[in-house]
Design a protein around this ligand. Structure first.
Ligand SMILES: [Zn+2]
Ligand SMILES: [Zn+2]
Length: 394
């Protein structure tokens, strides 16, 4: 891309900066949790509508999802910007999704202004409930993202880079049914459902030694009985199993199920297995897309961090999307290393001057990357090829 266009992108970002700051601040002041982001979605959709974007609400059948499109040429490659916007209970925007939404809106507005009209085929996807049920999943199933060539977003963090891998996550609930009796008078007639849960935890802890590095298995007990003098006839535990490899995650999930089955067998309790949350898949990294984003971060004067193992990784419905469409989630540092996401400190960072500046840099970096994809000869083909190669290897 010409440097002229990059300069224009910076200038346009600056022109939108106060408006985007207000949007990010307003979201931060009125945090709404997953699937209840009504005011949030309305604000974002109306800002895009005011810029001439055609807004379709309730995308994928979700109350708070939307797609905002600005299309001059439907034959041009379609660039999609993902706007996550849900907050967390009690701690508000402690994942900084207010900045994600503002950045994706900003990039779409800037691109609409600076791209040659024949290259304008833009979409902003308002994607609810990243923190819980994963709004992108029904949107994906309903084909909301089809006809999009590349998807992009940024996430605020304590590092600046083009990739922090998402690991897959599968959820399991184990419900055990036993027989309650007086724990002192008739213990020999009871079936202890809580013991089945405790054995499940112990079995999983024995399994840990055999797990590959980077695998995560973590759980809680959601029902452990009612009174010490009643042998619990019902107990329940929930677990997440995570891995960067989808087949390995599935294999370990099966072994965790075996741990619960062994607990049921040992106690005589009956076991019911369910999956309370949808599966988040690992992401498919696209090297050429990541390099392009990082090059633009450098162009903006940002130092790109080289991540050293062990990596601290979470899971996102972004992973599922990236399994279907070449996608990039870039990261920009808005808080010092050691500040944990999902903490009150990170919620403060998400409204700080540094947070706003990070969001504005994200607007420029996303816009420059999209402009590169559309104007650098051969880049989109390279991205598609890298993507195919990665999918084959995954
Ligand atoms: Zn989060
Ligand atoms: Zn997040």
């Amino acid at each position: 891309m010409t440097h002229d266009l990059k300069d224009v992108i910076r200038k346009e970002t600056a022109r939108y900066s106060e408006r985007l700051r207000k949007i990010a601040s307003s979201l931060h002041e009125h945090p709404e949790i997953s699937s209840r982001e009504y005011q949030t979605a309305e604000l974002l959709a109306s800002e895009l509508a005011a810029e001439g974007f055609a807004v379709e609400r309730k995308a994928g059948g979700l109350d708070t999802a939307f797609v905002a499109s600005y299309i001059n040429n439907p034959k041009a490659p379609a660039i999609g910007l993902l706007a996550e916007f849900d907050a967390l209970p009690e701690i508000g925007h402690a994942c900084g999704h207010n900045l994600i939404a503002a950045a994706s809106l900003g990039a779409a507005m800037v691109l609409k202004k600076v791209l040659p009209p024949e290259l304008v085929n833009l979409k902003v996807f308002g994607t609810p409930a990243e923190e819980t049920s994963g709004g992108k999943l029904p949107m994906l199933e309903q084909g909301v993202f089809s006809d999009t060539d590349v998807l992009m977003m940024f996430h605020p963090h304590t590092v600046t880079c083009g990739l922090r891998p998402c690991i897959g996550r599968t959820s399991l609930a184990f419900e055990f049914f036993g027989k309650s009796v007086h724990a002192s008078t008739y213990p020999d007639r009871g079936i202890n459902a809580l013991d089945a849960v405790i054995l499940t935890f112990n079995n999983i802890n024995a399994l840990r030694q055999q797990l590959r590095d980077g695998t995560r298995v973590h759980g809680i007990i959601t029902d452990g009985g009612k009174l010490p003098n009643i042998i619990p006839d019902h107990a329940r535990a929930e677990f997440f199993v995570r891995s960067s490899s989808k087949p390995y995650m599935e294999e370990i999930a099966q072994r965790v199920i075996s741990c619960a089955q062994a607990g049921a067998k040992a106690t005589g309790a009956e076991l019911k297995i369910s999956h309370p949350l949808p599966v988040y898949l690992p992401d498919i990294p696209v090297d050429s897309l990541i390099e392009c984003f990082e090059e633009n971060l450098r162009e903006l004067g940002l130092a790109v961090d080289k991540l050293e193992p062990p990596l601290r990784m979470g899971s996102s419905d972004f992973g599922n999307v990236s399994q279907v469409i070449p996608s990039v989630m870039g990261f920009i540092k808005i808080a010092e290393e050691g500040t944990a996401t999902h903490s009150r400190q990170f919620a403060e960072a998400a409204i700080s001057e540094r947070g706003i500046l990070g969001m504005l840099n994200a607007v420029s970096a996303l816009s420059m990357t999209a402009a590169d994809i559309l104007t650098v000869p051969g880049l989109l083909e390279k991205i598609r090829q890298d993507y195919k190669d990665r999918v084959v290897r995954a």
